[in-house]
Design a binder for this molecule. Structure first.
Ligand code: 5GP
Ligand code: ZN
Length: 113
């Protein structure tokens, strides 16, 4: 947790362009956006990945998904967006603090790989 970059964002130790914060969740723009809209929802609590979630996290994960479309619409994704959760090494996860990517702001192609 000490060295986790997303925990540092939660603690305000490194800057992030935040679009939402409450007692459990922080949402901020991805530093390297792959689409015109690209933001990340993270729990304030350090959960490594979807592989590490416990029964007690169900409400938190539900809240993150509940927030996602509201924030996507506010960011201009009025006609849809894509939700991505990379999990573990083979899932392409690079930051090992659970996060949900929301990408959009343009017409996306079907995902094929
Ligand atoms: P992953 O591959 O782990 O699902 O994606 C991690 C994401 O975090 C990447 O899209 C990357 O651009 C983003 N990211 C990495 N470091 C930072 C940072 O310091 N600030 C912000 N805002 N995004 C970051
Ligand atoms: Zn963390």
């Amino acid at each position: 947790m000490e060295d986790c970059i997303f925990c540092k964002i939660v603690r305000g130790e490194i800057p992030a362009n935040k679009i939402h914060e409450d007692e459990e969740i922080v949402v901020f723009h991805d530093i390297h956006p792959v689409t015109p809209v690209h933001f990340l929802l993270i729990p304030k609590q350090h959960i490594v990945s979807l592989n590490e979630i416990e029964a007690e996290h169900q409400q938190l994960l539900g809240k993150m998904l509940w927030l996602a479309p509201q924030l996507a619409k506010k960011q201009g994704c009025t006609d849809g967006f894509r939700t991505i959760i990379n999990t573990g090494y083979s899932g392409g996860q690079e930051i090992f603090h659970l996060h949900i990517h929301i990408i959009g702001g343009k017409k996306l192609s079907p995902m094929i790989h």
